[in-house]
Design a protein around this ligand. Structure first.
Ligand code: C2O
Ligand code: CU
Length: 546
């Protein structure tokens, strides 16, 4: 195993990813940041300098379980104090499994300002993957707003609530295209001839098989990805091999990664569109476009054909069917425990608290403590967060998930779930109607520190007697991010076998910011000595003095 050493400086810079100029957070001048390339078993070291001048930062390694290094998870308020302006923090962790992963800011809403990138972990030398391909490529999908994250965060957390609205553009590998002319903006603000926003192109050779690794780090949007005229064979999801299945287009939710195989078997005399379209929200954001460039055609020659439009935005049966189709690959199945020790049901609702708009779980809207949980629990600082156990369930007998909440008032809390070490835990994510009638949003839930088995999805209210009988205990896929579809439920199982404190939250940036998350503790007594570099905030000031 090798050491992969990276030196990054995080900074604000003016960027025009979709032709509109705004301040973006960059790593070494780029957004998306550099791709981390490693092999299974390697140690990744990222020396991160916070050059944001007036803002803290923290970076989370999304999909990396941090076994033995829970303090390197990069989750501000949970596993570390924020990195102060001017400071350098050294992240050091082992990438213990091959696969496609992501990294992104985990402080405030900085991810949507452009602080994100990809992690690609290859199999060790001599290990063969269960499928073959000629080339390996990756792209990150995103959505993009023109307002600053400050303005958005202020709007979300004020009594005169201002919703962030739909994004202005969809980006493919950091590039999109806003219609500057129609917007009437001056050329120094929005300029469609700026080369920074010329479409991303992926050059391919005819007659080959490409492994395309696709990750989504959207702030809000669920996306559908397609390459005009080409089928996609899904082979990997969140670092696990999938029993291959063929789709014309792929639904991908924020925080998910997939590998698809694409055969370049179409007419080689032209280019093709690669496109993203918003699904599950009534779309107003234009299609995101990149060019699938057949060599030797000019990479900037736009296809004359119409780009893929994706499925109907509100076709939730289509999305549910694709979610259900994702199974573990024969020969690579990690069987789940057949029973669980504990079932936690999490009702997802939109609520109000004292006139503020919030999201909550079992009527509790999550807030982060000023002292990170990991430090508080290791150092027995019981006064820094609410010690009441977080609620295991909601009143499912009387709650109508198909209507806006009758009593929309929720409470704030930073309470957590304490899991017995090595126990098996089931999570039922139950979706419901938001505050607006006839609306139930899709929420992609991401668990830090683990992969979970996806046991099942269903429509309507989860039935604790009959639905578990339909769980897939034979070949469930393991993932770290999973959607809970509108008015539906998703059932997960995981082993609480990774000592540490782990966030579990909706990956929609504004939803987590508005309280849609929970925290699990497991085996904290087994966590080794905490590094002093994670200290410095809240009650941890002076915990370690050299
Ligand atoms: Cu990718 Cu806690 O998130
Ligand atoms: Cu959400």
């Amino acid at each position: 195993a090798r050491i992969r050493h990276y030196k990054w400086e995080v900074k604000y810079e003016f960027k025009s990813p979709d032709c509109y100029k705004k301040l973006a957070i960059t790593i070494n001048g780029r957004t998306p940041g550099p791709t981390i390339q490693a092999q299974q078993g390697d140690t990744v070291i990222v020396e991160l300098k916070n050059g944001l001048v007036t803002e803290n930062v923290a970076i989370h390694w999304h999909g990396i379980r941090q076994i033995g290094t829970p303090w390197m998870d990069g989750t501000e308020g949970v596993t570390q104090c924020p990195i102060l302006p001017g400071d350098t923090f050294i992240y050091k962790f082992v990438v213990d499994r091959p696969g496609t992963y992501l990294y992104h800011a985990h402080y405030g809403m900085q991810r949507e300002a452009g602080l994100y990138g990809a992690i690609r972990v290859l199999v060790p030398d001599g290990v063969k993957e269960p499928f073959s391909y000629d080339y390996d490529r990756s792209i990150i999908l995103n959505d993009w707003y023109h307002k600053s994250t400050f303005e958005q965060a202020a709007g979300l957390s004020s009594k005169s609530f201002v919703w962030v609205g739909e994004p202005q553009s969809l980006l493919i590998q950091g590039r999109g295209r806003f219609n500057c002319l129609a917007s009437g903006l001056q050329a120094d603000t929005c300029n469609s001839t700026n080369p920074e926003c010329s479409p991303y192109f992926l050059t391919v050779v005819p007659g080959k098989t490409y492994r395309l690794r696709i990750g989504s780090l959207t702030s809000l949007s669920a996306l559908n990805f397609a390459i005009e005229g080409h089928n996609l064979t899904v082979v990997e999801a969140d670092g696990h091999y999938v029993e291959p299945f063929v789709v014309q287009n792929l639904n991908i939710y924020s925080g998910e990664t997939y590998s698809v195989l694409v055969r370049t078997d179409q007419d080689p005399s032209r280019n093709y569109w690669a496109a993203t379209n918003v699904i599950s929200r009534n779309r107003t954001t234009p299609t995101g476009l990149a060019i699938f460039n057949y060599y030797p055609n000019h990479p900037r020659r736009s296809p004359r054909t119409a780009p893929p439009t994706g499925p109907q935005w509100n076709d939730s049966d289509y999305r549910l069917a694709q979610s259900v189709a994702i199974k573990a690959r024969q020969g690579y199945i990690i069987p789940p425990p057949l029973t669980s020790d504990r079932v936690i049901t999490l009702l997802n609702t939109q609520n109000r608290i004292d006139g503020y708009m919030r999201w909550s779980v079992n009527n509790v809207s999550f807030t982060l403590p000023h002292t990170p949980y990991l430090i508080a629990l290791k150092k027995n600082m019981t006064h820094v967060f609410d010690q009441t156990p977080a609620p295991e369930n909601y009143d499912s007998a009387s709650y109508d998930i198909f209507s806006a909440p009758k009593n929309p008032e929720a409470t704030y809390s930073n309470s957590i779930y304490r899991l017995k070490f090595n126990s098996t835990v089931d999570i039922i994510l139950q979706n419901a109607n938001s505050l607006m009638n006839n609306t139930s949003e899709t929420h992609p839930w991401h668990l830090h520190g683990h992969d979970f088995w996806v046991l099942g999805y269903g429509k309507g209210k989860f039935d604790p007697v009959n639905d578990p009988k339909k769980y897939n205990l034979v070949n469930p896929i393991m993932k770290n991010t999973v959607p809970v579809h509108s008015y539906g439920w998703t059932a997960l199982r995981f082993r609480a076998d990774n000592p540490g404190i782990w966030a579990f939250h909706c990956h929609i940036e504004s939803h987590f910011y508005m309280g849609m998350g929970v925290v699990f503790e497991e085996g904290v007594e087994r966590v080794g000595e905490l590094p002093s570099s994670i200290m410095g905030c809240g009650e941890t000031k002076g915990v370690y003095r050299p």
